[in-house]
Design a binder for this molecule. Structure first.
Ligand SMILES: Nc1nc2c(ncn2[C@@H]2O[C@H](COP(=O)(O)OP(=O)(O)OP(=O)(O)O)[C@@H](O)[C@H]2O)c(=O)[nH]1
Ligand SMILES: [Mg+2]
Length: 512
């Protein structure tokens, strides 16, 4: 009996074995075949190596940023700023396509007013779920009795026949809103709050940061779900003006019809918006449309002129919700006197910015994109300290942002990723503190300072910093900036600092 176990059966051994009766002719043929196979194999190895080197080189050329934050925090607006500053050609190509979105924003504001005065005339309060506009409506704060122009408003003048007539004449706008929503697609409608909300506020981590739950469950880092329409897709669809094809011509015709109807309603819309009694009703109900996303009622005549072309500022102010995740690639072309731009050019660097939908239902989709990132830009709107989430009126919006930030700071996948915190909507915070009675201390009892905008902003900054200090990586370097993303001039400066910071950090890591 052998001392060793039998050699395991190797099914391929027969292939390698040299036949015992091999002739010298057969040996030659075999050796030629083997040599050619060896060469082929070496070539394949080299190709694989070259492929890997090319992928690594490409990775070095690509700067990948993920832009995160709750819905309406200003993520898409920040990316628009980036495009406006550094990819102006693409920006100008898209500009005219934003008309449909701007008209929809305008029509929504009018229909919101009509809805509110309709409720007022029926002396029945609107239910929170039936209010069309977003955050400022869900505010719990009461407002001073001055209109958007700062002039005092009448105390209790009832709505009358004049308002009924205006409502009747403006009723076609309901259909216009529907048509535009259909034309624009998924991003046109806002998040609808749940039909019934239990009494207890639940700010559990899983609610706020479901991407963490996905991480814990070890879900694969893939991007295999469908990406529905977002602004780039939507704009392509809306790019009617430079397209000869008949479907787009039809869309352009429809848009012209909408413009015609709106222009015909211009006088009535203005009469409605500037009516002192209507404004008093809005104030009474705590609605500050002028601070809502996509507010264009003060620009009526300009927007409804037949030759209207959106300005850069109009596009930054236009509101189109992001659905799913959308990737924007920029080969940076703008930015004179910019040393970093020259460096970008030298290496042919591509900037990839990933924009995500911030509504709660969309947050689980963020996780697959945590892989392979250079930086995360986190948007926290600080003006909304007295507002609740549209999708869950039990949750304060700043608490929600802090919870999200905590989830991101706690994600082990992001240990090597640079964090940039943008405390956004600084302009709105300033206006709110000046023109309303909203008190920070009512929502954050630990705030004991005067309601100066810089002190309030500093207080929120320290709250986010505190969350980072409590995280797994408390020494992580992060940058925080106060921004007003609709103000391009100041945002462009911050974008430059952000961009230089990211490149410098990339360079530092590459040389470690
Ligand atoms: N006044 C003011 N408005 C802002 C600011 N940042 C964004 N907005 C407006 O707020 C609205 C929402 O901004 P978006 O960039 O669409 O928000 P988002 O985070 O992409 O939202 P989702 O796509 O729903 O996740 C838009 O109408 C913007 O013009 C700001 O700093 N100040
Ligand atoms: Mg967006």
């Amino acid at each position: 009996m052998s001392a060793y176990p039998p050699a395991p059966y190797n099914p391929l051994a027969a292939w390698d074995a040299v036949p015992a009766d091999e002739t010298s002719e057969q040996r030659k043929t075999r050796e030629v075949a083997e040599e050619s196979a060896r060469k082929r194999s070496a070539r394949i190895d080299e190709d694989i190596k070259a492929d890997r080197a090319a992928t690594a080189a490409l990775k070095k050329r690509v700067v990948k940023l993920l832009v995160l934050g709750q819905s309406e925090s200003g993520k898409s607006t920040t990316i628009k700023n980036f495009q406006l500053a550094y990819a102006y050609q693409a920006w100008t190509n898209d500009r005219l396509s934003w008309r449909a979105v701007i008209f929809l924003n305008l029509v929504r504001s009018v229909n919101t007013i009509l809805h509110i005065i309709g409720c007022e005339m029926n002396t029945q309060l609107p239910s929170p779920s039936s209010s069309t506009p977003s955050s400022p409506l869900s505010s719990a704060t009461s407002y001073e009795s001055t209109g958007p122009d700062g002039l005092p408003l009448p105390k209790e003048e009832p709505l009358g026949t004049r308002h009924k007539l205006l409502s009747m004449r403006l009723s076609p706008l309901i259909h216009i809103q529907r048509d535009l929503e259909q034309q624009i697609g998924a991003g046109a409608s806002e998040v609808v709050p749940p039909a019934s909300a239990p009494n207890q506020a639940d700010t559990s981590e899983n609610d706020a940061a479901p991407f963490l739950a996905a991480e814990r469950q070890g879900r694969r880092l893939t991007t295999e779900f469908a990406v529905p329409a977002t602004w780039m897709d939507t704009l392509t669809k809306l790019r009617t003006h430079d397209s000869p094809d008949s479907e787009n011509n039809q869309s352009e015709r429809k848009l012209k019809e909408v413009m015609g109807t709106l222009a015909g309603c211009c006088v009535d819309i203005k009469a409605l918006w500037t009516d002192r009694t209507v404004q008093a009703v809005l104030v009474k109900r705590g609605v500050r449309l002028e601070d809502s996303p996509g507010f264009f009622l003060d620009d009526l005549e300009r927007i409804l002129s037949p030759t209207y072309e959106p300005t850069d500022e109009d596009v930054l102010r236009a509101r189109l919700r992001t659905v799913g995740v959308q990737e924007y690639s920029f080969v940076l072309e703008q930015g004179q006197n910019d040393v970093v731009r020259a460096a970008d050019r030298q290496v042919g660097r591509i900037w990839k910015m990933l924009d995500v939908g911030g509504a709660r239902t969309m947050r689980e989709k963020w996780y697959p994109y945590f892989d392979d990132l250079n930086a995360i830009i986190f948007l926290a709107p600080i003006s909304c300290f007295d507002e609740t989430l549209e999708e869950d009126p039990r949750v304060n919006r700043i608490h929600d942002s802090l919870m999200l930030w905590k989830g991101i700071c706690g994600s082990t996948l992001l240990n090597n990723v640079q964090f940039i915190l943008l405390l956004n909507k600084y302009d709105l915070l300033s206006r709110k503190l000046k023109h309303t009675e909203a008190k920070v201390v009512d929502y954050f009892p630990e705030f004991r300072e005067t309601q100066d905008v810089n002190r309030v902003a500093g207080f929120f900054r320290s709250k986010f910093k505190q969350v980072l200090k409590m995280s797994l990586l408390p020494t992580r370097i992060f940058f925080a900036h106060m921004t007003s993303a609709t103000d391009h001039k100041t945002t462009a400066q911050i974008m430059r600092v952000v961009r230089e910071g990211i490149l410098r950090e990339n360079l530092r890591r590459a040389t470690i």
